[in-house]
Write a protein that binds this ligand. Structure first.
Ligand code: ES4
Ligand code: ZN
Length: 322
């Protein structure tokens, strides 16, 4: 219908996409062959069948296995270029791309191959794109600090840092010192919080890590005072509807709290998270949310406006998009 067409065609920014989560099964098999990596799956179809997740951890186990085929600079380039082309087809004009260096450096892949390949694709690709380096929160803060040190030679290719992986039991405060150092270095700061973890993790991400956006954040509504604060301070939430259903944060799309988040006056954006694993890219996320939920043209326009407003772009670039 008309609203669906408008939603597909409107220019958007994507602010929550893990580039390793854009690896399609076909590319996983092609890279496994190219690099002589053996996979515990017989076929593309069998791998896809494993994409039936009970929670965040059951997804992460398969996501890290898939990323094991990435070995060379050109692998990172090919993966990133495939995402940028696909995003361009969805009228994404700007993407802020997460990557997980520790998933690769732990396997002996040089940081230069990881950052270099992703960054070179961003330079060559069809849309504006920048990089946010994420620390794996199930690992120690010492390992995050060592990763930051390894990345400093590539400082000019990275606009920000984030925090991802297993949320429960790994609160933001575990990473206070490394985030303080990143702030001093001039990085933008974000963190996953309030996806599976409690609203208290959203508060500590803001107060102790001093992040500028919250990734997910959907559990904020359990705390009315926190919800009011997020609205008052115009903190963006990078919400990922298909991810939340696949990882059973909500039982189905009709139960998603996106309308309530918008009604609370929050600066919500829609994003794809791990599009190869969760059933779709950015327009698939908009389409699934708008099909199942009471959302209007005004909501669509607010979501698109918020995506550019919350982006780490200069004022002139934002004005050009808005
Ligand atoms: C992730 Cl959905 C999600 N949550 C936390 N960490 C992640 N890494 C990749 N996808
Ligand atoms: Zn995420």
């Amino acid at each position: 219908d008309a609203l669906r067409t408008i939603v597909q065609q409107m220019p958007k920014a994507e602010l929550h996409i893990h580039i390793e989560g854009s690896l399609e099964p076909e590319l996983i098999f092609a890279l496994a062959q190219r690099n002589g990596v053996s996979l515990p799956y017989e076929s593309v179809a069998q791998l896809r069948q494993a994409y039936d997740f009970a929670d965040l951890q059951s997804f992460l186990d398969i996501y890290y296995a898939g990323a094991s085929v990435l070995r060379e600079e050109r692998d990172f380039y090919d993966m990133t270029m495939a995402y940028l082309r696909r995003a361009h087809a969805d009228n994404v004009r700007h993407a802020e791309i997460f990557f997980d260096p520790q998933t690769h450096t732990a396997r002996g892949v040089p940081m230069a191959a990881v950052v270099g390949g992703i960054f070179r694709a961003c330079q060559d690709g069809p849309i504006s794109a920048s990089l946010i380096m994420c620390f794996l929160r199930h690992l120690s803060e010492e390992e995050a600090i060592a990763t930051l040190e390894e990345a400093l030679p590539f400082r000019d290719k990275i606009i920000g840092v984030g925090l991802d992986s297993s949320e429960r039991g790994h609160p933001p405060e575990k990473f206070m010192r490394v985030f303080r150092r990143c702030k001093e270095l001039g990085f933008h700061l974000v963190a996953h919080a309030g996806e599976e973890g409690p609203p208290a993790y959203i508060e500590t991400a803001l107060d102790l890590l001093e992040v500028e956006r919250i990734d997910h954040g959907v559990r904020c509504l359990e705390d009315p005072r926190l919800t009011e604060r997020l609205a008052r301070e115009r903190i963006a939430l990078t919400v990922c509807p298909l991810s939340n259903v696949k990882l059973r944060v909500f039982p189905d799309m009709a139960a998603h709290n996106l309308p309530a988040l918008l009604a609370a006056g929050l600066r919500v954006t829609i994003n794809s998270d791990d599009p190869a694993y969760f059933g779709g890219y950015l327009n698939d996320n908009f389409e699934a949310a708008f099909a199942a939920l009471p959302l209007t043209l005004a909501h669509a326009e607010a979501l698109a406006r918020n995506s550019f407003g919350a982006a780490f772009l200069g004022a002139a670039a934002k004005r050009a998009h808005l």
